[in-house]
Design a protein around this ligand. Structure first.
Ligand code: SF4
Length: 476
């Protein structure tokens, strides 16, 4: 994961009103409020989004109250992403805005808010963060989130700077309380860290070595989530399919998927992010056998040229990747495929880039997340010449995205007239439209009502664009 990043587009038509999507029922551990408030801003992938849910749970279990703006918060936390230069820069620009931030408590004595930096940039910069951004008093990596209350206690007892930067801990999987943002879909971490060393990626350094949770604990968590009303489980890991059951049961990843899919009340199971190296036919067989496993696989390729893949240290060739695609396409179900691509990696020639375009045409993905390469600190690509200039990277990105747009348009057009089960996730009041997703993760907009949120409905596709479908509800 990390660079193997999946993002979910909103699929909301331009100019539409914001989608109203309900939060999970208010999280209420039986803890008295401590009078203090917090605000978390999250950057990056689903792993970070879920980390913020865990952080919020940890804080609320200690009596802290969540608020919607920086201004109202006593504690401001940035959960950061360092996968691309732009993402890392965002946090410094946010911190710049807060350099002079002061809050006047009732006594009239000026008091500074507590500003904390969490996640990948925190882990990467470590204590250097305090010099670079003196307004920051707390730095904490993702493996140490369970220690957050302890770190806040240390600040309150007079320490000026506190840090939690241990890696290789198991506290990071799931915290005792998690405040989930979505009422129907629950993220669940099954493996943390990464033992690969892709040349462009900082994740092994910021999230530490791979640690898997036991299969039995994961299934028990799923049962608990169903009891709380969640019907879709999204299993997470930087390399989710590298999961290895540490218990004597030694379930395979495919077996785990089947067990989660069989938990009564689970209607949909997604998993992200898979690494091609560990992607085996039994995962496709599990999808074929378990209707609750979604028709969706995200399989990051990163580049279509074998020499570039070798320099990236991805651990597979173009041909080996295409073999995986071949057996996915043999599935009895119409599995939708998405991927991540980096353009302009060190030494990528025009011919290499053409190979990526030809791979795109051959696979016909349903969604592609594409990025320009940027060198990250503490990666082996730092030692290579970043010799594709910015303008050329931009050109390649535009060409690739336009090619993909055409593919998506064509593939979505082919769905007009078909009927899909859609889980309604939101409502656009201005357009009187419900917004949901198919099992293949396609966004569908259709006339609906706010009370449709959380329901599974049959929707017939009436028109299609490159990024979303429009439909009408079918009575059954
Ligand atoms: S090192 Fe490679 S496999 Fe591991 S998180 Fe980064 S991109 Fe994914």
């Amino acid at each position: 994961m990390g660079n193997d990043l999946i993002q979910i587009g909103s699929g909301v038509p331009p100019g539409a009103a914001a989608v109203v999507a309900p939060r999970a029922p208010e999280f209420s551990p039986a803890i008295a409020a401590n009078g203090k408030s917090f605000y978390i801003e999250t950057f990056g992938c689903q792993m970070n989004v879920h980390d913020s849910e865990k952080l919020a749970g940890v804080l609320m279990a200690r009596g802290y109250r969540p608020v919607e703006t920086h201004d109202d918060a006593d504690i401001i936390l940035y959960n950061t992403c360092s996968i691309r230069e732009k993402a890392a820069q965002k946090v410094f620009s946010r911190l710049g805005a807060f350099r002079k931030s002061r809050r006047s408590p009732p006594s009239g004595v000026a008091a500074q808010k507590i500003i904390g930096v969490l996640g990948c940039v925190a882990q990467q910069e470590g204590e250097k963060f305090f010099e670079r951004a003196p307004q920051v008093s707390l730095v904490c990596g993702s493996a140490s989130y369970a220690k957050l209350p302890e770190l806040l206690d240390q600040l309150e007892s007079g320490n000026r700077r506190v840090k939690g930067l241990d890696l290789d801990t198991e506290d990071c999987f799931e915290t005792e309380f998690t405040r989930r943002d979505n009422r129907f879909r629950a993220y669940l971490t099954i493996i943390e860290g990464c033992d690969q060393r892709c040349a462009f990626c900082v994740v092994p350094m910021t999230r530490g070595p791979e640690r898997s949770r036991s299969g039995a604990k994961i299934v028990a968590d799923c049962r608990r989530l169903v009891d709380q009303g969640f019907t879709e489980i999204q299993i997470l890991g930087q390399i989710v399919n590298a999961w290895q059951d540490p218990s004597p049961a030694h379930w395979s990843f495919a077996e785990l998927l089947g067990r989660v899919a069989e938990v009564p009340g689970v209607c949909r199971v997604r998993f992200t992010t898979s690494h091609p190296r560990y992607f085996t036919p039994d995962i496709v067989a599990a999808i074929d056998s378990h209707p609750a496993l979604c028709d969706q696989i995200h399989l990051p390729v990163q580049a279509g040229s074998t020499p570039v893949l070798a320099r990236m240290l991805r651990g597979y060739t173009r041909e080996e990747y295409l073999e995986k695609i071949h057996f996915i396409r043999q599935s009895r179900r119409p599995i939708s495929l998405s991927t991540d691509i980096i353009v302009g990696f060190c030494g990528e020639t025009e011919q290499d880039f053409e190979q990526t375009l030809s791979l795109l045409a051959e696979v016909e993905y349903d969604q592609v997340f594409s990025f320009k390469f940027s060198t990250r600190p503490n990666t082996s690509a730092q030692n290579f010449a970043d010799n594709v200039d910015e303008e050329e990277k931009g050109r390649r990105l535009t060409v690739l995205q336009e090619a993909q747009r055409q593919i998506q348009w064509r593939r979505n057009q082919a769905l007009v007239g078909e009927t899909f089960e859609v889980l309604v996730e939101g409502y656009q009041p201005r357009l009187l439209q419900a917004v949901g997703r198919t099992t293949s993760n396609r966004v569908v907009n259709f006339p609906g009502a706010p009370e449709d949120i959380g329901r599974y409905m049959q929707v017939k596709v009436t028109s299609a664009g490159p990024n979303s479908l429009v439909g009408e509800r079918i009575a059954i």
